[in-house]
Design a protein around this ligand. Structure first.
Ligand code: HEC
Length: 127
């Protein structure tokens, strides 16, 4: 199924390169000090893995592999921003962090190839 939210050329720049997801990194500077770039796997384990399993296999929360949410980037980002009935909101994460964790879920735990970026996340925030 064609995902129309990803039809723009902006989100197609890294198609075909799953390794590009691993290359996505956010360098955080704090008081002139370079910190480790944010890693999608690490971010997932820290923010999602406690409920969804370190490998997304499910636990307290449902698996985040092969479901409708991870096929649809908009739904996934909205789920992360707004939370669910039980799942807490992650709106405090930066646009970059949400993009990195969403890309990890979509490309590493699932088979999507389209990458989203911080601007895509920012466009989903309605507050
Ligand atoms: C405190 C536990 C908890 C954490 C942390 C958590 N979730 Fe969830 N998540 C849930 C629960 C419980 C549900 C299903 C019930 C609901 O709607 O709240 C859910 C549902 C989902 C769904 C929908 C799955 C489906 O098939 O319905 C997705 C996708 C998802 N979470 C992704 C994430 C991501 C990505 C993170 C990290 C940014 C995360 N969750 C963090 C508990 C959590």
């Amino acid at each position: 199924m064609e995902d129309e939210t990803l039809s723009g050329s902006t989100y197609r720049k890294a198609i075909g390169s799953l390794t590009a997801a691993a290359a996505i990194a956010l360098t955080v500077s704090a008081i002139g000090q370079e910190l480790e770039p944010l890693d999608g796997n690490q971010l997932f384990i820290e923010t999602c893995g406690g409920c969804h399993g370190a490998g997304g296999e499910g636990g307290y929360g449902p698996p985040v592999t092969a479901n409708d949410y991870v096929d649809n980037a908009t739904k996934l980002v909205l789920r992360i921003i707004k939370g669910g009935e039980v799942m807490p909101t992650f709106r405090h994460l930066s646009d970059e962090e949400i993009a990195i964790v969403a890309n990890f879920v979509r490309t590493q735990l699932n088979e999507n190839v389209d990458l989203i970026d911080a601007a895509f996340v920012a466009a989903q925030r309605d507050f």
